[in-house]
Design a protein around this ligand. Sequence first.
Ligand SMILES: [Zn+2]
Length: 320
Amino acid sequence: MIEGKEYRVKKRACKNPTKKKTKVASKGHVLLEDVQIDGDYESDELGSSDPDDSDREKGPKYEKFRKTQLCKTFQFKVGVEFSSTKEFKEAIIEWTVLNGYEIKFVKNDLIRCRVVCKKREKDDCMFLALCSQVNGQHTYRIKTWDGDHTCLKVGENRSATSKWVSKAVVPALISNENLRVTTIMDDMRRDYGVGITFGRAWKAKMIAREIIDGDATKQYSNLWRYAAEIHRASEKNTVKINVERVGPTLQPRFGSFYFCFEGCRKGFLNGCRPFIGVDGCHLKTQYGGQLLIAVGRDANDQYYPLAFGIVEVENKESWR
Ligand SMILES: [Zn+2]
């Protein structure tokens, strides 16, 4: 055992000079490496069985935050690392709401985030947390954490923002299309012990709907890409987008959209009787409009889709 230990010390001794070479190359790492080497000596004395277990030297010194760990009893502490201040903020808001406290961000920018209790003045609660960037890297670490709230828990929590509530609303809204705002308020009280106002619950529902359905406005701007893709698939597919130009400085507005697939057209010409029926239906989205469709009848006397159009209103102009 003693022999083995000497051997180890010798090995370290010759390992160190090589390390020193790297230290010259990057002065910034001097401190960190020194600390790690010290740590290794300590663990050797404790009776480490594998002296060449040098992987431990490179192992993470700080704990990386994982979203799945977050719960009411989660322990934040100095040294926990986040990938962005946004991640830290979301985590601390969730933790705060679950525990029934209220916080405010006194410093809040891209590289640092300082949080205090909202009742700092009123209840003399000295809760304080600071998370900031580490040496210009893409890592943000908790540098200060004095996590003991001495204030009283609140019933109606303003830290439960509509954005935060909306995340909890999304699954409920998917399973129940007609989810009521009052149900959201009840659910939040039951599941999280958080009281929220009607207005906030309503806003959360709107955000959740946007998350599920996507942003309708943005989808309109994807229309050009869709048209290009239809063209790419087959050159004989026909697509037409009409836009209205309100003014020279304003963005063009959606007018109408028409498309017909080559396959549909061929099938109609070769296998259907020469009848075309036309009809339209209303689109139940934020912006309304109507979907027009031209159909034929196939050999089995079934409807055969031929061409589609989306217009603002069904009139003679739009059918052309
Ligand atoms: Zn507090």
